[in-house]
Design a protein around this ligand. Sequence first.
Ligand code: 13P
Length: 247
Amino acid sequence: MRSSLIAGNWKMNGSLQSVVELIDGIKDGDAGQAELAVCPPSVFLMKVGGMLDDTDIALGAQNVCNHDVGAYTGEISAAMLTECGCRYAIVGHSERRSLYLESDELVAARFAMAVSAGLTPILCVGETLYEHEQGVTEAVVAKQIDAVLENCGIAGFAQAVIAYEPVWAIGTGLVASPELAQSVHHFIRGKLAASDGEIAQQIRILYGGSMNSSNAADLLSQADIDGGLIGGASLKADDFLAIAQSV
Ligand code: 13P
């Protein structure tokens, strides 16, 4: 039985003061049965990690370097993230892929580095609006996953989370229907099952893209949707907790 994970991707939002208020609000509230994780901007990881010490809420980073150490200005290594108390690291978010031109191969290398340091990568996959309209969603997602399979093999997914985030649904208010999301999640699990049935059954596949307290319950009730990767609605404690309570 897979446990549900509700993870907040704060992106580049907040201030020292607002992240403290947000964490206090989450800690004071009731998350129900879901496992919670928050992924603050990297400069706030130490602060937030310290505030989470006495809780079950996990800490995650929004990216991780594909090298272990050295002259990579602006990057943060997997070892540094584990030192900050991170359990998770998002890799391949569509904003990284589209705005910072991260290729499938680079994302796979970041994923590999996270795994080798004992972090759990949250691998984001998903199609653009154009690809959605062309009906090539499964091919796009398969290619994104294949790059990781080529780098790490199926064993890499034994310690990973996948987030299906249709790009057209991110920050747009256009949420994927539960049926559409379920069909892509089912496809992803089936693709992994072709290599290893056990890993496919145990891996958590999150949905991301305009998930909020109104649509979460329908999405989370689908058989292959094991949680959410939440952007905008993770920035308010009440909204984030309401999504968690929908599990
Ligand atoms: P929104 O929930 O704001 O659509 O963002 C989703 C996302 O990109 C999470 O990584």
